[in-house]
Design a protein around this ligand. Structure first.
Ligand code: SAH
Ligand code: SF4
Ligand code: F3S
Length: 485
């Protein structure tokens, strides 16, 4: 799976900070290069950035390609089938590069991180002995020590425990001179206790844990100081957030969002991924009352059949989901929705699939991600009776995706002629153009000056192009410049 499976917005690059940090000790430390390969969800993107932060004080700056890198980290995802095969095939490619560098007398540390590392552990170095470090998502803060051990080359370093300490207490602040990213991710919660029948995440990311609110707020302030105007709060179950507040009480996500909305310069807040069961009244009310909270929600439902939802251990019904959407739309009438669907879960009949199609018709999504069920080792659904034949899964997936595509096209077409606030994120497609994001995470392009980057600007949507909207500025900034000249 690639990041584009969750093809949300142009995300801030998962690369290392742009400044190479030099050692302040008497003996100047050699600058080293780090190349990061990131697969999976937005949390992996965030994690890659934090691993780069941890390594910056050791002198690691970004490398364009593995061939230029003294260290390569492959940050992996385990969510669907062939995840492990894909890792070994990429490692085969990296081995060739490592050997070519070794022939030139250059050392390359090769690390496998992320959810496949957590799931497979020592098996990775058994099958690929040229790998130096295998580290799970909860041990990134120990990376400098692992690198030191890898240099001593006593054998592979494997760290896949779920340590008692929280890594967030040990991760450094993001490197100061990082490029100005208008949009940023911020992990507030990690892990999952829900154990959906099909899912590996509770095993790879561990138990649900929330960061203290003060630590989240401090990180948000730093991101804003570096130019972030939109922050997406991340968590495998982000709306189950219950971090300790500065008042000593547990804060909900709604409380956290209200507090973040007070940060000067933070114009937009999003959060993902949510579980329908954790969507409480306070969070729905925040959608009505906090203007910075964007009216676009990714709320996976997986299936529209109560039978399949029960088999999936989702612990809500299709009608409960429909009612939840009604409440959200009552609170925020312009709310648009996105979701995840799985077709072909063991036991899913044609009637169950039709119930999913009906739920999609009833709710109306602005976009959605959909997947064929893929059995994951160690999960309850793998090996469960009632496996759906592959060809049938293909057929259902194609039908579901056609319906979603239709709804997405309709949603985009309805936007034409409307006025939106767009966050300008940088250059547009063509020279002289700027690009940005609508409240609904659509890419928007228009003519305009780069100086508007980082501002939220009212625009009129003029048309549709492939996967983006074209627009015009409502206030002509060129005219303003002339008037003030
Ligand atoms: N925490 C999120 C989901 C993380 S995984 C949530 O609770 O919704 C992202 C998506 O991958 C899931 O929503 C699901 O649709 C899909 N997925 C997870 N495991 C899968 C599997 N075994 N087969 C197919 N799709 C799967
Ligand atoms: Fe996986 Fe379910 Fe947890 Fe989401 S809620 S991460 S789908 S187990
Ligand atoms: Fe993949 Fe792990 Fe994210 S399995 S989806 S990288 S939590």
């Amino acid at each position: 799976m690639s990041l584009s499976d969750f093809a949300l917005p142009p995300s801030p690059p998962a690369s290392a900070p742009s400044l190479c940090v030099t050692d302040k000790t008497a003996e100047p430390r050699r600058l080293r290069r780090l190349h990061m390969i990131t697969w999976g969800c937005q949390m992996n993107v965030y994690d890659s950035g934090r691993m780069a932060d941890v390594l910056a004080p050791l002198g690691y700056g970004p490398a364009e390609s593995p061939a230029d890198a003294d260290m390569v980290i492959l940050n992996t995802c385990h969510i669907r089938e062939r995840a492990t095969d894909k890792v070994f095939s990429e490692l085969g490619r990296l081995r060739v590069i490592k050997e070519a560098r070794a022939a030139e007398g250059k050392e390359t540390i090769l690390a496998v991180a992320g959810c496949v590392a957590q799931a497979e552990g020592a098996y990775i170095t058994e099958r690929a002995p040229f790998v130096d470090i295998v580290l799970g998502p909860q041990t990134y803060h120990r990376l400098p020590e692992m690198v030191a051990r890898a240099h001593r080359a006593a054998g592979p370093v494997i760290e896949t425990d779920f340590p008692v300490e929280q890594k967030f207490d040990f991760l450094p602040e993001a490197a100061a001179a990082e490029e100005r990213a208008v949009t940023a991710f911020l992990t507030v919660q990690e892990g999952c206790d829900k154990f959906c029948s099909f899912c590996v995440v509770p095993y790879t990311r561990g138990a649900e844990a929330s960061r203290p609110a003060a630590s989240v707020i401090a990180e948000a302030r730093r991101l804003v100081a570096r130019g972030a105007r939109e922050i997406t709060l991340l968590g495998q179950n982000v709306n189950a957030y219950h971090g300790e507040g500065p008042d000593g009480r547990d804060w909900s996500l709604a409380r956290l969002v209200r507090s973040l909305a007070e940060i000067d310069g933070l114009l937009r807040i999003r959060y993902m991924t949510s579980h329908p069961r954790d969507m409480d009244e306070a969070l729905i009310a925040a959608h009505a009352e906090v203007p910075a909270l964007m009216p676009f929600l990714h709320l996976p439902v997986q299936s529209g059949s109560d039978r399949v939802l029960a088999a999936m251990n989702r612990r809500h019904t299709a009608d409960e989901y429909r009612r939840l959407i009604d409440r959200l739309r009552t609170a925020r009438p312009d709310m648009a929705l996105s979701s995840d669907f799985i077709v072909g879960h063991p036991g899913e009949t044609e009637a169950d699939f039709e119930a999913t199609m009906q739920l999609i018709r009833d709710v109306g999504f602005a976009q959605a991600y959909s997947f064929k069920y893929s059995p994951r080792p160690g999960t309850p659904a793998s090996g469960a009776p009632g496996a759906v034949p592959e060809a049938e899964k293909d057929r259902r997936l194609a039908a579901l995706q056609a319906l979603i595509r239709q709804q997405q096209d309709d949603f985009n077409a309805r936007c034409v002629g409307l006025e939106f606030d767009v966050l300008i994120t940088g250059p547009g497609r063509h020279p002289g153009q700027i690009g940005g994001r609508s409240p609904y995470l659509q890419a928007v392009h228009m003519d305009g000056p780069q100086a508007l980057t980082g501002q939220v600007i009212p625009v009129k949507i003029q048309g549709l192009s492939s996967n983006s909207l074209s627009a015009s500025l409502i206030i002509n900034p060129f005219a303003q410049e002339r008037a003030s000249a």
